[in-house]
Design a protein around this ligand. Structure first.
Ligand code: NAD
Length: 487
């Protein structure tokens, strides 16, 4: 064991996982990469032992110790109660930044070949609707909470800018749906606007996510770094991978404060597992990202160049990249890459510096409001009544209380007071908005208004089934909630 080697936890995973892991390790060893592997379990075999997270304690401890993992695909059990082992790892280590480079590769012909696509998608990895906070509201109405936080936005935005600097890129594009979700997606846009001036050497812009998808198809070479929220990133990173040859060759990294995990984007390919046919390019590319992450830039470039040459030659590629009947096995492809170590391809490797990320939480793009007021509540309730009848009943309930009924909405559209000619389909789930006749200033304890709210909710509960209550606040005189459509 050499003292200069970095220990990395290696998860060979499921299906083709062990095959692509073995190939990657052989290539790295042949290139004298300064890494030492600590093998660890995760995935199907672990689920079978009854560990419902899919990741045993020893594996978590190994990653925590080393702070680095290279991971093959892990199968998610279908039909019995296990969680995804991949999600377990991302959440356990708070791997908040999912980095997906998308670059045209030599020898892989696509409709975009020659356009010079070379971008990185930085996807927030732990928040948004993927927090998985879901509740049935009635038997027919499901709800998923989209949680986005100021620290969550700031760390991902900063990660995107730091990455742009480390990779000597020129522009960071924040892609959001801030035009519709003004508070959640809007938070990411506002944080980006506050952080951007600190990175004056980089260009910054904003794009609405649907137009981003459109532009990715029309003019993908115009993008450099795109940073976006979890679900948006999930979708556009797959779309972008498709432009340069598909998920089968796409690598990614998942970065957190104390751990970084590198993986192929594809799954365990059970249809070809154990047959020696798997393409190790994606895991190898993830390992190249890992080498750069630990500062082994020269070895990373050597391995990348050998991969580029092998792909460009086009003769010894696996079946998924070859004309039917012309593919070679994992072993022959791996041998070829090893034989090409030390050669330089026509496609240069980018220059990289070490990525410096801060440790969170450390909020700087945020200012606390001086004054908070409680101005009302939304009470979500279940009823089969029509809007008019419900409105009259709730107005009667609010009488002699500190509140007035402001309006009622159904799936975000105001239905009481009604808007003339509107054709809203009503489900049995309404949001009734009650405003305090006199807003209540909130002190540091933020506990004011509770007796008033209890009084109203008890009166509502005597007649209706309510599901949840949202407090309506104003920060420094500005509403900290949205109005329903049509209100
Ligand atoms: P998949 O990516 O495993 O397979 C889709 C198709 O692509 C198959 O035809 C497969 O043969 C081919 N393919 C994928 N990788 C290849 C490679 N390296 N070389 C050659 N061909 C390759 O997707 P799936 O079938 O939807 O998923 C299978 C399993 O993988 C599921 O259990 C799923 O939960 C898991 N999965 C894991 C991850 C992860 O660990 N990050 C990601 C996706 C899916």
């Amino acid at each position: 064991m050499s003292a200069t080697k970095t220990k990395v936890t290696a998860l060979p995973g499921d299906g083709i996982g062990p095959e692509v892991m073995a190939a990657t390790m052989r290539i790295l060893e042949a290139a004298n990469a300064p890494v030492e592997w600590e093998m660890a379990e995760g995935g199907a075999e672990v689920f079978k032992k009854g560990i419902i997270t899919g990741v045993p304690r020893e594996t978590l401890d190994s990653i925590a110790r080393n702070g680095l993992a290279l991971k093959s695909p892990l199968e998610t059990p279908v039909g019995y109660g296990g969680k995804s082992a991949n999600v377990t790892l991302r959440k356990h280590f708070e791997l908040y930044a999912n980095i997906r480079p998308v670059r045209e590769l030599p020898g892989i012909t696509t409709p975009y070949t020659g356009r010079g696509i070379d971008m990185v998608i930085v996807r927030e990895n732990v928040e948004d609707v993927y927090a998985g906070i879901e509740h049935m509201q009635t038997t027919t109405v499901a709800q998923c909470l989209k949680l986005m936080t100021a620290p969550g936005c700031e760390r991902i935005i900063r990660a995107a800018y730091e990455l742009a600097l480390a990779e000597e890129r020129k522009k960071v594009t924040t892609a959001t749906k801030a035009n519709i979700m003004k508070l959640t997606e809007g938070l990411m846009k506002r944080v980006a606007e506050m952080v951007a001036p600190e990175f004056a050497s980089l260009k910054s812009d904003h794009i609405i996510i649907d137009n981003c998808a459109h532009q990715l198809v029309i003019k993908p070479e115009a993008f450099d770094v795109i940073v976006t929220s979890n679900m948006n990133g999930d979708i556009i990173s797959d779309l972008a991978a498709g432009l340069v040859g598909g998920l089968g060759i796409a690598p990614s990294s998942n970065l957190g404060d104390h751990a970084a995990m590198f993986e192929a984007v594809h799954g365990s390919a059970p249809d070809i597992a154990g047959k020696g046919l798997a393409n190790p390019t994606a895991l190898l590319s993830a390992a190249i990202m890992l080498l750069r992450h630990i500062g082994a830039f020269d070895v990373a470039a050597t391995v990348e160049q050998a991969l580029f040459i092998t792909l460009a030659e086009g003769k010894n590629l696996t079946g998924d990249l070859s004309p039917r009947g012309h593919g070679v096995g994992t072993l022959a492809y791996t041998d070829k890459i090893i034989a090409n170590l030390g050669r330089t391809s026509n496609q240069p490797s980018r220059s990289y510096k070490k990525l410096e990320l801060k440790t969170w939480p450390k909020l700087t793009a945020h200012s606390e409001p001086n004054a908070r007021e409680l101005v009302g509540i939304d009470v979500f309730l279940e009823t089969d009544l029509g809007a008019e009848e419900l409105g009259k009943a709730l107005e009667a309930i609010a009488q002699d209380s500190p509140f007035v009924l402001n309006g009622i909405s159904n799936r975000g559209v105001q239905v009481y007071p009604p808007n003339e000619g509107q054709q809203t389909f009503l489900v049995d789930h309404f949001a009734s908005r009650f405003m305090f006749k006199k807003p209540i200033p909130l002190s540091a304890s933020k506990s004011e208004g509770q007796p008033e709210i209890s009084y109203l909710v008890q009166r509502i509960g005597a007649k209706f089934t309510w599901m949840h209550i949202e407090k309506l606040q104003r920060f420094d005189g500005k509403d900290a909630f949205e109005r329903p459509q049509g209100a």
